[in-house]
Design a protein. Structure first.
Length: 458
Protein backbone atom coordinates (compact mmCIF):
# COMPACT_ATOMS: atom_id res chain seq x y z
CA UNK A 1 0.00 0.00 0.00
CA UNK A 2 2.70 2.59 0.86
CA UNK A 3 4.42 1.87 -2.45
CA UNK A 4 1.28 2.59 -4.47
CA UNK A 5 0.60 5.67 -2.36
CA UNK A 6 4.12 6.95 -2.97
CA UNK A 7 3.58 6.62 -6.73
CA UNK A 8 0.35 8.62 -6.53
CA UNK A 9 2.10 11.32 -4.48
CA UNK A 10 4.95 11.34 -7.00
CA UNK A 11 2.55 11.87 -9.92
CA UNK A 12 0.61 14.59 -8.06
CA UNK A 13 3.73 16.53 -6.97
CA UNK A 14 5.27 16.17 -10.41
CA UNK A 15 2.20 17.45 -12.23
CA UNK A 16 1.75 20.34 -9.80
CA UNK A 17 5.38 21.53 -9.63
CA UNK A 18 6.52 20.91 -13.18
CA UNK A 19 3.43 21.28 -15.35
CA UNK A 20 0.72 23.35 -13.66
CA UNK A 21 2.68 25.98 -11.66
CA UNK A 22 5.06 26.88 -14.55
CA UNK A 23 2.03 27.89 -16.65
CA UNK A 24 1.52 30.89 -14.35
CA UNK A 25 5.14 32.04 -14.11
CA UNK A 26 6.97 34.66 -16.14
CA UNK A 27 10.43 33.14 -15.74
CA UNK A 28 10.06 29.38 -15.99
CA UNK A 29 13.79 28.93 -16.60
CA UNK A 30 14.81 30.26 -13.18
CA UNK A 31 12.01 28.28 -11.55
CA UNK A 32 13.38 25.04 -12.99
CA UNK A 33 16.93 26.09 -12.08
CA UNK A 34 15.91 26.49 -8.45
CA UNK A 35 14.17 23.12 -8.37
CA UNK A 36 17.08 21.37 -10.06
CA UNK A 37 19.42 22.71 -7.39
CA UNK A 38 17.81 21.01 -4.38
CA UNK A 39 15.06 18.53 -5.27
CA UNK A 40 17.56 15.68 -5.80
CA UNK A 41 17.93 15.22 -2.04
CA UNK A 42 14.49 13.60 -2.12
CA UNK A 43 15.10 10.23 -3.70
CA UNK A 44 11.50 9.42 -4.57
CA UNK A 45 10.47 8.43 -8.05
CA UNK A 46 8.76 5.78 -10.11
CA UNK A 47 11.27 2.93 -10.15
CA UNK A 48 11.10 0.81 -13.29
CA UNK A 49 14.11 -1.48 -13.04
CA UNK A 50 17.13 -2.11 -10.80
CA UNK A 51 16.80 0.96 -8.57
CA UNK A 52 16.30 3.37 -11.43
CA UNK A 53 13.38 4.91 -13.24
CA UNK A 54 11.79 8.35 -13.49
CA UNK A 55 13.08 10.25 -10.47
CA UNK A 56 11.71 13.49 -9.06
CA UNK A 57 15.06 15.13 -9.78
CA UNK A 58 14.79 14.24 -13.49
CA UNK A 59 11.80 16.53 -14.02
CA UNK A 60 13.52 19.94 -13.70
CA UNK A 61 16.24 18.64 -16.03
CA UNK A 62 13.58 17.83 -18.62
CA UNK A 63 12.05 21.25 -17.97
CA UNK A 64 15.36 23.04 -18.60
CA UNK A 65 15.94 20.98 -21.74
CA UNK A 66 12.50 22.05 -22.96
CA UNK A 67 13.28 25.71 -22.23
CA UNK A 68 16.53 25.50 -24.20
CA UNK A 69 14.74 23.76 -27.07
CA UNK A 70 11.94 26.34 -27.23
CA UNK A 71 14.47 29.16 -27.17
CA UNK A 72 16.36 27.38 -29.97
CA UNK A 73 19.62 27.53 -28.09
CA UNK A 74 22.59 25.46 -29.18
CA UNK A 75 23.60 23.28 -26.25
CA UNK A 76 27.28 22.43 -26.11
CA UNK A 77 27.36 18.64 -26.06
CA UNK A 78 30.97 18.16 -24.94
CA UNK A 79 31.76 20.84 -22.36
CA UNK A 80 35.50 21.08 -21.88
CA UNK A 81 37.13 19.41 -20.03
CA UNK A 82 34.71 17.30 -17.93
CA UNK A 83 32.52 16.26 -20.87
CA UNK A 84 35.07 14.02 -22.55
CA UNK A 85 35.79 11.55 -19.73
CA UNK A 86 32.13 11.48 -18.70
CA UNK A 87 30.98 10.62 -22.22
CA UNK A 88 33.80 8.06 -22.45
CA UNK A 89 32.61 6.50 -19.19
CA UNK A 90 29.02 6.30 -20.49
CA UNK A 91 30.18 4.65 -23.72
CA UNK A 92 32.27 2.10 -21.79
CA UNK A 93 29.24 1.35 -19.62
CA UNK A 94 27.06 0.79 -22.68
CA UNK A 95 29.69 -1.46 -24.22
CA UNK A 96 29.98 -3.49 -21.02
CA UNK A 97 26.29 -4.42 -21.30
CA UNK A 98 27.22 -6.69 -24.24
CA UNK A 99 29.16 -9.10 -21.98
CA UNK A 100 27.54 -8.48 -18.59
CA UNK A 101 25.55 -11.26 -16.92
CA UNK A 102 22.77 -8.74 -16.35
CA UNK A 103 22.78 -6.32 -19.34
CA UNK A 104 19.78 -4.49 -17.93
CA UNK A 105 21.66 -3.68 -14.74
CA UNK A 106 24.48 -2.17 -16.78
CA UNK A 107 22.04 -0.02 -18.76
CA UNK A 108 20.28 1.05 -15.56
CA UNK A 109 23.60 2.27 -14.11
CA UNK A 110 24.51 4.01 -17.37
CA UNK A 111 21.23 5.92 -17.16
CA UNK A 112 22.36 7.49 -13.85
CA UNK A 113 25.57 8.81 -15.37
CA UNK A 114 23.71 9.94 -18.48
CA UNK A 115 21.32 12.01 -16.36
CA UNK A 116 24.29 13.53 -14.55
CA UNK A 117 25.66 14.45 -17.97
CA UNK A 118 22.33 16.05 -18.97
CA UNK A 119 22.28 18.01 -15.71
CA UNK A 120 25.71 19.46 -16.48
CA UNK A 121 24.57 20.48 -19.97
CA UNK A 122 21.38 22.22 -18.85
CA UNK A 123 23.11 24.06 -16.01
CA UNK A 124 25.83 25.29 -18.33
CA UNK A 125 23.24 26.54 -20.80
CA UNK A 126 20.79 28.07 -18.33
CA UNK A 127 23.09 29.74 -15.79
CA UNK A 128 23.49 32.93 -17.80
CA UNK A 129 24.34 35.56 -15.20
CA UNK A 130 25.67 35.96 -11.68
CA UNK A 131 22.06 36.18 -10.51
CA UNK A 132 21.39 32.72 -11.94
CA UNK A 133 24.57 31.41 -10.32
CA UNK A 134 23.56 32.78 -6.92
CA UNK A 135 20.13 31.21 -7.34
CA UNK A 136 21.59 27.76 -7.97
CA UNK A 137 24.13 27.92 -5.11
CA UNK A 138 21.59 29.28 -2.61
CA UNK A 139 18.96 26.66 -3.46
CA UNK A 140 21.61 23.96 -3.20
CA UNK A 141 22.29 25.22 0.33
CA UNK A 142 18.55 25.37 1.09
CA UNK A 143 18.32 21.68 0.21
CA UNK A 144 21.35 21.06 2.41
CA UNK A 145 19.72 22.94 5.30
CA UNK A 146 16.50 20.91 4.92
CA UNK A 147 18.44 17.64 4.86
CA UNK A 148 20.41 18.71 7.94
CA UNK A 149 17.22 19.42 9.87
CA UNK A 150 15.77 16.05 8.84
CA UNK A 151 18.90 14.26 10.03
CA UNK A 152 18.95 16.08 13.37
CA UNK A 153 15.27 15.24 13.92
CA UNK A 154 15.91 11.55 13.15
CA UNK A 155 18.83 11.51 15.59
CA UNK A 156 16.70 12.91 18.42
CA UNK A 157 13.24 11.44 17.74
CA UNK A 158 13.48 8.77 15.04
CA UNK A 159 11.90 8.67 11.60
CA UNK A 160 10.05 11.77 10.50
CA UNK A 161 7.51 9.78 8.48
CA UNK A 162 8.27 11.23 5.05
CA UNK A 163 8.77 7.82 3.44
CA UNK A 164 7.25 9.18 0.22
CA UNK A 165 10.32 11.44 -0.16
CA UNK A 166 12.82 8.63 0.26
CA UNK A 167 13.12 8.29 4.05
CA UNK A 168 13.81 4.71 5.16
CA UNK A 169 11.51 2.85 7.58
CA UNK A 170 11.74 3.72 11.28
CA UNK A 171 13.31 0.32 11.98
CA UNK A 172 16.37 1.34 9.92
CA UNK A 173 16.90 4.65 11.76
CA UNK A 174 18.09 3.87 15.27
CA UNK A 175 21.34 5.43 16.45
CA UNK A 176 22.50 6.98 13.14
CA UNK A 177 20.63 9.47 10.98
CA UNK A 178 20.34 9.00 7.24
CA UNK A 179 18.14 11.87 6.03
CA UNK A 180 16.31 10.87 2.87
CA UNK A 181 19.22 8.76 1.61
CA UNK A 182 19.36 4.97 1.24
CA UNK A 183 22.03 4.42 3.90
CA UNK A 184 23.79 6.59 6.46
CA UNK A 185 27.11 6.67 4.60
CA UNK A 186 25.45 8.07 1.47
CA UNK A 187 23.90 10.78 3.63
CA UNK A 188 27.29 11.55 5.21
CA UNK A 189 28.96 11.70 1.79
CA UNK A 190 26.34 14.18 0.60
CA UNK A 191 26.74 16.31 3.73
CA UNK A 192 30.53 16.42 3.50
CA UNK A 193 30.36 17.71 -0.08
CA UNK A 194 27.96 20.57 0.52
CA UNK A 195 29.13 21.38 4.06
CA UNK A 196 32.41 22.53 2.51
CA UNK A 197 30.53 25.10 0.42
CA UNK A 198 28.40 26.31 3.35
CA UNK A 199 31.41 26.82 5.62
CA UNK A 200 33.37 28.52 2.89
CA UNK A 201 30.59 31.03 2.24
CA UNK A 202 30.06 31.66 5.96
CA UNK A 203 33.69 32.19 6.94
CA UNK A 204 35.37 33.58 3.84
CA UNK A 205 32.65 35.44 1.95
CA UNK A 206 31.12 38.74 3.06
CA UNK A 207 27.71 39.23 1.42
CA UNK A 208 26.03 42.60 1.13
CA UNK A 209 23.04 41.47 3.21
CA UNK A 210 23.20 40.33 6.84
CA UNK A 211 20.38 37.87 6.19
CA UNK A 212 22.63 35.91 3.81
CA UNK A 213 25.36 35.68 6.47
CA UNK A 214 22.78 34.29 8.90
CA UNK A 215 21.65 31.80 6.25
CA UNK A 216 25.22 30.63 5.58
CA UNK A 217 25.83 30.38 9.32
CA UNK A 218 22.67 28.34 9.95
CA UNK A 219 23.55 25.96 7.11
CA UNK A 220 27.10 25.57 8.45
CA UNK A 221 26.27 24.98 12.12
CA UNK A 222 23.23 22.75 11.54
CA UNK A 223 25.15 20.94 8.82
CA UNK A 224 28.00 20.23 11.25
CA UNK A 225 25.56 18.85 13.81
CA UNK A 226 23.82 16.67 11.20
CA UNK A 227 27.22 15.50 10.01
CA UNK A 228 28.04 14.39 13.54
CA UNK A 229 24.77 12.44 13.83
CA UNK A 230 25.82 10.15 10.96
CA UNK A 231 28.67 8.68 13.05
CA UNK A 232 30.47 8.14 9.74
CA UNK A 233 34.20 7.85 10.40
CA UNK A 234 35.38 7.93 6.78
CA UNK A 235 33.51 11.13 5.88
CA UNK A 236 34.67 12.73 9.15
CA UNK A 237 38.28 12.09 8.19
CA UNK A 238 37.63 13.19 4.60
CA UNK A 239 36.17 16.46 5.88
CA UNK A 240 39.24 17.19 8.01
CA UNK A 241 41.53 16.45 5.05
CA UNK A 242 39.53 18.59 2.61
CA UNK A 243 38.93 21.51 4.94
CA UNK A 244 42.59 21.50 5.97
CA UNK A 245 43.80 21.65 2.37
CA UNK A 246 41.41 24.41 1.34
CA UNK A 247 42.10 26.36 4.55
CA UNK A 248 45.83 26.30 3.82
CA UNK A 249 45.20 27.40 0.23
CA UNK A 250 43.30 30.39 1.58
CA UNK A 251 46.52 31.96 2.79
CA UNK A 252 48.28 31.83 -0.57
CA UNK A 253 46.52 34.81 -2.14
CA UNK A 254 44.82 37.82 -0.62
CA UNK A 255 41.53 37.23 -2.45
CA UNK A 256 41.21 33.79 -0.79
CA UNK A 257 41.49 35.09 2.77
CA UNK A 258 38.83 35.36 5.48
CA UNK A 259 36.38 38.22 4.93
CA UNK A 260 33.91 37.60 7.76
CA UNK A 261 35.97 37.82 10.95
CA UNK A 262 33.10 37.16 13.35
CA UNK A 263 32.18 33.89 11.60
CA UNK A 264 35.41 32.21 12.75
CA UNK A 265 34.70 32.40 16.51
CA UNK A 266 31.08 31.35 15.90
CA UNK A 267 32.20 28.17 14.11
CA UNK A 268 34.95 27.47 16.64
CA UNK A 269 32.54 27.84 19.57
CA UNK A 270 30.03 25.59 17.82
CA UNK A 271 32.61 22.89 17.06
CA UNK A 272 34.09 23.12 20.58
CA UNK A 273 30.66 22.82 22.19
CA UNK A 274 29.84 19.80 20.02
CA UNK A 275 33.17 18.15 20.87
CA UNK A 276 32.88 18.77 24.62
CA UNK A 277 29.34 17.39 24.70
CA UNK A 278 29.89 14.36 22.47
CA UNK A 279 33.62 13.60 22.56
CA UNK A 280 33.05 10.16 24.10
CA UNK A 281 30.71 9.17 21.27
CA UNK A 282 33.13 10.54 18.68
CA UNK A 283 36.10 8.58 20.06
CA UNK A 284 33.92 5.46 20.37
CA UNK A 285 33.52 5.35 16.58
CA UNK A 286 37.25 4.65 16.31
CA UNK A 287 37.30 2.03 19.06
CA UNK A 288 36.88 -1.73 19.30
CA UNK A 289 33.09 -1.63 18.95
CA UNK A 290 33.38 -0.75 15.27
CA UNK A 291 36.67 -2.45 14.51
CA UNK A 292 35.04 -5.37 12.70
CA UNK A 293 33.26 -3.17 10.13
CA UNK A 294 36.63 -1.58 9.41
CA UNK A 295 38.54 -4.84 9.04
CA UNK A 296 36.02 -6.45 6.68
CA UNK A 297 36.88 -3.79 4.10
CA UNK A 298 40.29 -5.37 3.50
CA UNK A 299 38.62 -8.66 2.67
CA UNK A 300 36.34 -6.83 0.26
CA UNK A 301 39.37 -5.20 -1.39
CA UNK A 302 40.95 -8.64 -1.87
CA UNK A 303 37.78 -9.98 -3.50
CA UNK A 304 37.56 -6.99 -5.84
CA UNK A 305 41.24 -7.38 -6.67
CA UNK A 306 40.68 -10.96 -7.81
CA UNK A 307 37.87 -9.84 -10.07
CA UNK A 308 40.03 -7.08 -11.55
CA UNK A 309 42.87 -9.51 -12.25
CA UNK A 310 40.45 -11.91 -13.93
CA UNK A 311 39.03 -9.25 -16.28
CA UNK A 312 41.59 -6.40 -16.33
CA UNK A 313 40.53 -4.89 -19.65
CA UNK A 314 36.76 -5.25 -19.80
CA UNK A 315 35.52 -5.90 -16.27
CA UNK A 316 32.33 -7.79 -15.49
CA UNK A 317 29.97 -5.05 -16.66
CA UNK A 318 28.78 -1.81 -15.05
CA UNK A 319 26.47 -2.54 -12.13
CA UNK A 320 27.29 -6.25 -12.27
CA UNK A 321 29.74 -6.58 -9.37
CA UNK A 322 27.10 -8.04 -7.04
CA UNK A 323 26.03 -10.54 -9.69
CA UNK A 324 29.59 -11.89 -10.06
CA UNK A 325 31.18 -11.51 -6.63
CA UNK A 326 30.16 -14.98 -5.45
CA UNK A 327 32.54 -16.54 -7.98
CA UNK A 328 35.61 -14.92 -6.36
CA UNK A 329 35.27 -15.99 -2.72
CA UNK A 330 37.64 -18.29 -0.90
CA UNK A 331 36.21 -21.13 1.17
CA UNK A 332 36.88 -19.20 4.36
CA UNK A 333 35.11 -16.12 2.99
CA UNK A 334 32.09 -18.18 2.02
CA UNK A 335 31.61 -19.20 5.64
CA UNK A 336 32.06 -15.67 7.03
CA UNK A 337 28.87 -13.99 8.21
CA UNK A 338 30.31 -10.49 7.87
CA UNK A 339 31.48 -11.10 4.32
CA UNK A 340 27.99 -12.32 3.39
CA UNK A 341 26.36 -9.24 4.89
CA UNK A 342 28.57 -6.86 2.87
CA UNK A 343 28.98 -9.11 -0.14
CA UNK A 344 27.43 -6.76 -2.69
CA UNK A 345 29.77 -3.82 -2.05
CA UNK A 346 33.49 -3.06 -2.12
CA UNK A 347 33.71 0.02 0.11
CA UNK A 348 36.09 1.48 -2.46
CA UNK A 349 34.53 3.01 -5.58
CA UNK A 350 37.81 3.06 -7.51
CA UNK A 351 38.14 -0.72 -7.08
CA UNK A 352 34.44 -1.18 -7.86
CA UNK A 353 34.54 0.74 -11.14
CA UNK A 354 37.75 -1.03 -12.19
CA UNK A 355 36.18 -4.41 -11.40
CA UNK A 356 33.09 -3.53 -13.46
CA UNK A 357 34.73 -1.69 -16.38
CA UNK A 358 38.33 -2.86 -16.26
CA UNK A 359 41.35 -0.58 -16.06
CA UNK A 360 40.06 1.61 -18.95
CA UNK A 361 36.92 2.40 -16.95
CA UNK A 362 38.87 2.96 -13.75
CA UNK A 363 41.25 5.36 -15.50
CA UNK A 364 38.41 7.32 -17.11
CA UNK A 365 36.64 7.51 -13.73
CA UNK A 366 39.72 9.03 -12.09
CA UNK A 367 40.31 11.27 -15.11
CA UNK A 368 36.82 12.72 -14.68
CA UNK A 369 37.72 13.98 -11.20
CA UNK A 370 41.06 15.27 -12.48
CA UNK A 371 39.24 17.38 -15.10
CA UNK A 372 37.06 18.82 -12.33
CA UNK A 373 40.25 19.85 -10.56
CA UNK A 374 41.62 21.41 -13.76
CA UNK A 375 38.39 23.39 -14.18
CA UNK A 376 38.69 24.68 -10.62
CA UNK A 377 42.32 25.66 -11.24
CA UNK A 378 41.36 27.54 -14.40
CA UNK A 379 38.69 29.52 -12.53
CA UNK A 380 41.00 30.39 -9.65
CA UNK A 381 43.74 31.54 -12.05
CA UNK A 382 41.41 33.95 -13.83
CA UNK A 383 42.54 37.58 -13.88
CA UNK A 384 39.05 38.65 -12.90
CA UNK A 385 38.29 38.69 -9.22
CA UNK A 386 34.77 38.11 -8.00
CA UNK A 387 34.43 37.09 -4.36
CA UNK A 388 31.26 35.00 -4.77
CA UNK A 389 32.75 32.95 -7.61
CA UNK A 390 36.12 32.52 -5.88
CA UNK A 391 34.58 31.32 -2.62
CA UNK A 392 32.00 29.09 -4.27
CA UNK A 393 34.79 27.49 -6.30
CA UNK A 394 36.99 26.91 -3.26
CA UNK A 395 34.01 25.46 -1.40
CA UNK A 396 33.40 23.06 -4.28
CA UNK A 397 37.10 22.20 -4.26
CA UNK A 398 36.76 21.12 -0.64
CA UNK A 399 33.67 19.08 -1.49
CA UNK A 400 35.42 17.34 -4.40
CA UNK A 401 38.49 16.52 -2.29
CA UNK A 402 36.19 15.18 0.42
CA UNK A 403 34.16 12.90 -1.86
CA UNK A 404 37.30 11.63 -3.61
CA UNK A 405 38.62 10.70 -0.15
CA UNK A 406 35.31 9.15 0.89
CA UNK A 407 35.30 6.92 -2.19
CA UNK A 408 38.36 5.14 -0.78
CA UNK A 409 36.41 3.52 2.05
CA UNK A 410 32.70 4.44 1.93
CA UNK A 411 29.89 2.43 0.33
CA UNK A 412 30.04 2.57 -3.41
CA UNK A 413 29.36 5.37 -5.87
CA UNK A 414 26.26 3.87 -7.52
CA UNK A 415 23.91 6.27 -5.72
CA UNK A 416 21.80 8.62 -7.80
CA UNK A 417 21.79 11.56 -5.39
CA UNK A 418 25.58 11.56 -4.98
CA UNK A 419 26.12 11.44 -8.74
CA UNK A 420 23.63 14.28 -9.08
CA UNK A 421 25.52 16.37 -6.52
CA UNK A 422 28.78 15.82 -8.39
CA UNK A 423 27.02 16.85 -11.60
CA UNK A 424 25.66 19.95 -9.88
CA UNK A 425 29.19 20.91 -8.87
CA UNK A 426 30.38 20.41 -12.46
CA UNK A 427 27.56 22.51 -13.88
CA UNK A 428 28.27 25.34 -11.45
CA UNK A 429 32.00 25.30 -12.24
CA UNK A 430 31.50 25.30 -16.01
CA UNK A 431 28.96 28.12 -15.72
CA UNK A 432 31.43 30.14 -13.62
CA UNK A 433 34.10 29.63 -16.24
CA UNK A 434 31.69 30.75 -18.94
CA UNK A 435 30.71 33.90 -17.01
CA UNK A 436 34.33 34.81 -16.37
CA UNK A 437 35.18 34.30 -20.04
CA UNK A 438 32.28 36.52 -21.09
CA UNK A 439 33.30 39.19 -18.60
CA UNK A 440 36.91 39.09 -19.79
CA UNK A 441 35.75 39.49 -23.38
CA UNK A 442 33.66 42.50 -22.41
CA UNK A 443 36.61 43.93 -20.52
CA UNK A 444 38.80 43.74 -23.58
CA UNK A 445 36.20 45.70 -25.53
CA UNK A 446 36.34 48.60 -23.09
CA UNK A 447 39.35 50.87 -23.14
CA UNK A 448 40.90 52.11 -19.93
CA UNK A 449 39.34 49.45 -17.67
CA UNK A 450 41.80 47.80 -15.28
CA UNK A 451 42.19 44.01 -15.20
CA UNK A 452 40.66 43.83 -11.71
CA UNK A 453 37.57 45.91 -12.46
CA UNK A 454 34.32 44.11 -11.86
CA UNK A 455 32.37 43.84 -15.07
CA UNK A 456 28.56 44.37 -14.90
CA UNK A 457 27.84 40.80 -16.10
CA UNK A 458 29.25 39.57 -12.80
Amino acid sequence: MPMETSKLIFVFVSALCFIIIPLFLKNVRRYYLAFASFIYVFTSGWIFYHYTGLMLADLPILGLLTVSFLERRRIRLLPHPVGWPLVGFILLGLLSATWAKQPGWALAEVSKYFRMYLLILVLLDNIRSLSDLRLVVHWMLIGFLIESLIGIYQWKFGALGIWFLGERPASRIDWRSMGTFYVTSFYANYLVMVLSVALRMFIFYRPSKLLLSIFYGAASLLGLLAFYTTYARGPWIAFLVAFGIVFLLSFLRSRYKIRSQWAVPVVLVGVLALFIRYHNQIFAQFGESRRVSYEVRFTQYDIAGRMIMRYPLQGVGLGNYEENVGDYLTQEERSSYLVSVYLGMVHNSYFLITAELGFPGGIVFVLFFITIGLTILEILRSRLNHSFIVNTTLGILGGVIAICTCLLSSPDIHEYSLLYQIGLFCGILLAEKKLLRQALFMQKQKKGISSTHRIPIL
